[in-house]
Design a protein around this ligand. Sequence first.
Ligand code: AMP
Length: 596
Amino acid sequence: MNRALVHAMSRPTTIVKDPARLRLPPNYQPEQSGAFSWEQARKQLAGLPAGRGLNIAHEAVDRHVMAGRGDKVALRFVKKSGAPEDLSYTTLQRRTNRFANALRALKVAPGERVFSLLGRQPELYVAALGALKAKAVFCPLFSAFGPEPITTRMSIGEARVLVTTAKLYDKKVRPIRAALPALRHVILVGEGAVGADGSTLAWSALLDTASDRFEIPPTSPEDPSIMHFTSGTTGKPKGALHVHGAVVVHQLTGRVVLDLHDDDVFWCTADPGWVTGTSYGIIAPLTCGVTSVVDEADFDAERWYRILDEQKVSVWYTAPTAVRMLMKAGAEVPKRFDLSSLRFAGSVGEPLNPEAVWWGAEVLGLPFHDNWWQTETGGIMIANLAALPIKPGSMGKPIPGIEAAVVEKSEDGKHVTVLGAPDVEGELALRPGWPSMFRQYVKEEERTRKCFVDGWYLTGDLVKKDADGYFWFVGRADDVIKSSGHLIGPFEVESALMEHPAVAEAGVIGVPDAVAGNLIKAFVVLRPGQTANEALNFDVLGFARTRLGPTVAPKTIAFVADLPKTKSGKIMRRLLKARELGLPEGDTSTLEGAAT
Ligand code: AMP
């Protein structure tokens, strides 16, 4: 183990960092930081000139240029070839101004939705920040989604504009465009034919003819900014709507949790199709004025170490699945690279095994700092802070301004009781009111309302809090599945499977996996007259993959005669899972066919 940075009090409960050996003093020392207020945190931001409000894109881009930092590299893209492409804050300002002007010319009104379906390429980042300048609501979609998740999300979000590539458009959107009546403009990035019939527009032509000067209109912190889709156990995905005021949390957590200092080179490995890739792959680092690295390629252990080495990454924010894949690649690979620039590593998205934290300490020379948040919270809420000891396996403590508790819901779901004693399992609840809290699931009043009970926001996660105030993840209170860091709603997968002509019913669960956390498994009941065999299994798997894309589709399918259901007809996924894993079946009194 690398004793230069950490020493173990007693493995595996606590890692105490030796302050004398940290390369930079942490930005935030809880015991010395005094009283916290959101007003104070807001003062760390510039605000629009002449008191015209608070706009994310101004904080992320324009204010750095106005302060004379325009030449600094804002975004460094590492192309698939490995070559870097830099965008300075000034270049980013000009390009985002052009895109904002283009949207205005297309008569996109404030609050209308601009979707992107792009890989991690410069245009995605320009579209995000340009849309925010024009006060449109930006909605990034993961480029590996199949046509089904794309249609659902663009319909719920009433997409006005889509920015994508000709290849993705032809493959995934053109066939479903008729089902998207609100969609007015499709803007195609890069090479490829633009429809002579005017059905698509060329990004380059639009931007070339637009002015690179743009004045951001007055923006209230309550104006909508970004919509991210998240999954529930039942029903369609939910569009969680965020506001411009969220940038207060992005800036704060960039400094306090990720410990960003002015000269840092930061790398968030998440894709902006998921909330981490937007909040921490775009907004937080730019708002903190650092250089942010974006890798355009997919995971590859050697490539990742090379990026850490060549780009001299000092602060790294990644996810447990990636850490486990690096561990699998072996401890020899990092030895071939110079990782001496790295001084802080964070992880989010799934439970981070204590072994992974220790592996970081021993092999990379610094432990991973796990932290917790979700789409609805908009930013990090609970964290192992740079200045505090790490408890491997724990998500850490609430950040300043956040009140978190372990609660129990009453049976009717209308009340909660706070469980004050340490080490008691219950649902994680947060006191509403932090600036990056989602404001609603669009067009889903009932589902929004259900999250707020007795003055608490209920997260859907089961946790414990120890006597030192550290939170420990136990599991989900519902049936949503985390697979390779992606939150997947079983209902969406089941619905797609049921569109296969041979499928009568499907029940979907996550099966624990050492690397991905969970793998999606579907139990399928066939229609009468269909025969369960390998060819059909293969066919249904392929069908799901084409519809849903590789991330969301099941990895395995089992044909079964029937599915366990409640008396009211709901699939008991909990029971499917218990049976799959050979665990006790628990309370089955509501099971269809059970004695009443
Ligand atoms: P998403 O909304 O897609 O970001 O997913 C949020 C969910 O991911 C949370 O509700 C948790 O279930 C899980 N999650 C996020 N961070 C952690 C963490 N550090 N440890 C355990 N689970 C996590």
